[in-house]
Design a protein around this ligand. Structure first.
Ligand SMILES: Nc1ncnc2c1ncn2[C@@H]1O[C@H](COP(=O)(O)OP(=O)(O)O)[C@@H](O)[C@H]1O
Ligand SMILES: [Mg+2]
Length: 424
């Protein structure tokens, strides 16, 4: 089969490497891919948001199956457009991708169908929001409705901070139309858990759970980033918690989307917080998470292409989805300074991947045959092993063998997961 993968980060590299393991895969195009992905797929410089460009390319290149990985093209209706050409896709249609595309939509969905989430109010007027904030309890959480590159959520410690956030989002429109509406939400406390799930509108099959590390610096200090590392499984996601999530969150979400006439097909990402009152939904994503995918897919035993085809054909219930025992750790190597200003264009030297080692390239380009850094998050060093300790050790050992001038990594990926495991 000729497969088209839309996207060009570490997540897409992990998806592509896994798809390559399938016997059915003959060729993979990555749009746009990146300098590292070029080793595993033919990269074509068409942006993931250029839906017309993607559609034209698919028309001209006999694509049998498309995987749309990033949020923007999904929310823009890339799947609908490709399906209209007769190309089957892995990924939700526009009317289901809204579960991520609008936080107001997903909050209303959860309220309507009794899915546990933080209490919240929606505002489309900055004045009314600010009046409400005068009486609010702090910390309080302010969320822009639409996509905001992962920067649309502010945890305000005081009225002053909250007011400033509302003004930026709603008046200065720092996220454009994404800030036309906001949510003001109850601040929840507890460990966070990411669960990606395959879903075909009828069946939902959760993958191995994971834990992200969002802050730039050790001990969860510093600025919020796209994610500095991950481990899987997440030790807080016990069998008991998993069962509760299935009953109170996963199945009800599938049913709710169906009842709304928006069946969800693709990868549904549940961002959960394990509060004293049980698991609650922090957010939904309509796609694989990055860098969660980089620890989840290496643990997948079954054929990813077969699963994706089954999802797109609505026969997920008959498909085996098996994960390896053991654990995985991903350490992100970033350009020093990320998520603020950083320099790039430095040559990257990579070791050969050993057994159960994976290097997923996120921000790199090829120049005259030389791989050079081109982004904030440059790559992920991943190791799978029999246990979390060994996976962490292995991921750091692999990361140490990778070089570029201004490489920066957190030194404590997985530390909290290990501590939690020891407690239980
Ligand atoms: N109600 C809440 N209580 C406490 N923390 C929250 C709450 N909502 C979001 N957060 C924190 O903010 C982060 C980002 O929020 P999220 O809703 O996942 O938005 P996005 O990923 O689109 O930026 C979460 O991972 C979580 O750490
Ligand atoms: Mg999030």
């Amino acid at each position: 089969m000729v497969i088209l993968v839309v996207g060009g980060g570490g997540r897409e590299h992990a998806i592509i490497k896994k798809l390559k393991e399938s016997k059915k895969t003959e060729k993979i195009y990555a749009l746009p891919g990146n300098g590292g992905i070029a080793a595993d797929a033919e990269c074509v410089p068409i942006k993931a948001t250029d839906i017309d460009g993607i559609v034209d390319f698919a028309k001209q290149n006999k694509v049998d199956f498309a995987v749309v990985a990033p949020d923007d093209p999904l929310v823009l209706g890339c799947v609908d457009r490709l399906e209209a050409l007769g190309i089957p896709c892995f990924g939700p249609r526009k009317n289901a991708a809204i579960i991520e595309g609008s936080k107001v939509f997903s909050k209303n969905l959860m309220k309507k169908y009794g899915i546990p989430t933080a209490a919240s109010e929606t505002f489309s007027s900055a004045e009314k929001a600010i009046a409400y904030l005068k009486e609010a309890a702090y910390p309080t959480v302010i969320k822009a409705d639409g996509l905001a590159l992962g920067k649309g959520v502010v945890i305000a410690q005081s009225f002053e901070e909250a007011e400033a956030a509302v003004k930026e989002i709603m008046c200065d429109k720092v996220f454009g139309a994404s800030g036309n509406e906001i949510l003001i939400e109850e601040f929840l406390v507890g460990p966070e858990i990411s669960v990606l799930a395959f879903a075909d509108g009828k069946t939902v099959v959760p993958m191995v759970s994971s834990m992200d590390h969002k802050r730039a610096k050790d001990n969860d200090e510093g600025l919020n980033t796209g994610g500095m590392g991950t481990v899987a499984p997440n030790p807080y996601y016990t069998e008991e918690v998993a069962k509760e999530c299935m009953e109170k969150i996963f199945l009800p979400t599938m049913a709710a989307m169906n009842a709304e006439g928006r069946p969800f097909s693709g990868c549904l990402y549940f961002g959960l917080m394990l509060t004293k009152n049980g698991p609650k939904v922090i957010e939904y994503n309509c796609r694989f998470g990055d860098p969660e995918t980089q620890v989840v897919l290496p643990l997948l035993k079954s054929d990813l292409l077969e699963i994706m085809l089954a999802v797109s054909q609505g026969r997920l219930a008959e498909q085996t989805v098996e994960f390896k025992e053991g654990a995985a750790c991903c350490v992100v190597l970033a350009s020093d300074g990320y998520p603020k200003k950083y320099a790039s264009g430095y040559e990257i030297t990579l070791p050969n991947e050993g057994e159960n080692e994976y290097v997923y390239i996120a921000g790199a380009k090829k120049e005259d045959g030389v791989l050079k850094t081109s982004g904030g998050r440059v790559l992920g060093a991943v190791k799978t092993a029999c246990c979390l300790e060994k996976a962490i050790e292995g991921a750091y050992a692999l990361a140490e063998k990778i070089h570029f001038e201004n490489a920066y990594m957190r030194r404590d990926i997985g530390k909290r997961a290990l501590a939690a495991k020891k407690q239980s």
